[in-house]
Design a protein around this ligand. Structure first.
Ligand SMILES: O=P(O)(O)OC[C@H]1O[C@](O)(CO)[C@@H](O)[C@@H]1O
Length: 351
């Protein structure tokens, strides 16, 4: 597929996924402002925050947790499962985050949080979770968004940020949000569908990844961005990908670069770098990449843009979203429907 053939894109992309990706800076801004208008739980003093969600509704929580690691004194745990940990109790704020409001793991966690007397906030577009929150008098943060949950990452992130601010758990990050939005708009000028391959790094990278096994590596506050890249490659391009976090990967993954050699020769390792991450981790990224190359593995580096952490997170995330979109186009695959995940959900609902 010619990655400059915009007419062919329009035929494949049945539900305007590219429109959603283009709209992410506005979405982030809107969500952050909207979150400042929503109701809070009565209790305001917590020892911990647990955010329950899956897939596209969990990744925003990962990003918030790592962005706030040096800004908040409470632990934030992202929970992608049914049973809540024993420590979750009356001093825990549980945020149930589900775009559809119908994800069974999140509804299960919501139910347990109610039984344990946790303070709860429900974030969703509707569904069962909205109904339960209304019935139970739980603060309901309902937003309007009619596309796939993974395209609502600006909402799942921006609403949580506003929640923490409203609760007084962090000081205002408005300036950083503005800077991130500005930096995203800047990088978009090189990433859009009208920008030809010769000037478009996301298209070029998609060309490199076509037919390859992909691993994305990152450290520090960019670790969840590697996870987002992996999820977007899976769900948009219907392609295999994995993520690895540094420094941990230097203590095991590196040792696995020998076998099976045929598969490793078909691998592409992507490293996400930024000037704001711990200087030892920056060094590790360079050295780890060198080790991969010495083993004969193809690599590439993505350098986050903008000044602050939030801009780094969002510019590198946005690059990944465009790249995954172009990879879907290269494979000739509609990036929005995820039939196998839907079929699996129905199967689970029937047993
Ligand atoms: O945000 P929801 O509606 O809870 O869905 C969670 C995840 O489930 C999926 O629909 C697939 O199972 C993902 O696309 C989504 O991110």
């Amino acid at each position: 597929m010619n990655l400059d053939d915009v007419t062919a894109f329009q035929q494949i992309d049945s539900q305007d996924m590219i429109g959603q990706i283009n709209g992410l800076p506005d979405q982030l801004n809107r969500a952050y402002e909207l979150g400042k208008t929503f109701p809070l739980p009565e209790k305001r003093k917590f020892h911990s925050v647990l955010i329950s969600g899956m897939g596209g509704s969990a990744i925003g929580a990962d990003l918030v947790a790592s962005y706030l690691q040096d800004k908040i004194s409470l632990p934030i745990i992202v929970h992608r499962d049914y049973e809540l940990p024993l420590w979750a109790g009356e001093d825990t704020l549980v945020v149930a985050s589900s775009h559809s409001g119908n994800t069974e793991e999140t509804l299960w966690a919501y139910d347990q949080a109610r039984q344990r007397g946790c303070a709860i906030v429900a974030i969703c577009t509707g569904g069962k979770l909205a109904g339960l929150a209304r019935k139970d008098g739980v603060p309901l943060w309902q937003f309007d968004h009619r596309h796939a949950p993974r395209t609502a990452v600006g909402f799942s992130f921006g609403l949580l940020l506003a929640l923490f601010e409203q609760l007084g758990l962090i000081s205002s990050v408005e300036q950083e949000v503005d800077e991130a939005v500005h930096a995203m708009r800047n990088v978009q000028t090189n990433l859009g569908i009208d920008v030809p391959v010769t000037h478009n790094p996301a298209k070029r990278m998609a060309g490199q990844l076509f037919g390859r096994w992909v691993v994305v590596l990152a450290a520090d506050y960019l670790a969840p961005v590697a996870r987002r890249w992996k999820g977007q490659i899976n769900e948009l391009a219907k392609a295999w990908a994995q993520f690895e976090f540094l420094p941990e990967a230097d203590h095991n993954t590196l040792a696995g670069l020998e076998n099976p050699s045929a598969m490793l020769m078909n691998m592409m390792a992507l490293f996400i770098q930024a000037p704001g991450i711990n200087s030892r981790n920056q060094k590790r990224i360079e050295l780890t990449r060198e080790m991969f190359m010495t083993q004969g593995i193809n690599t590439d580096m993505i350098v986050a843009r903008g000044e602050g952490k939030l801009a780094h997170i969002w510019t590198s995330l946005l690059f990944g979203d465009y790249m995954a979109y172009y990879l879907a186009m290269a494979y000739g695959i509609d990036p929005t429907p995820i039939p196998i995940l839907d079929a699996f959900k129905s199967e689970m609902a029937s047993v």
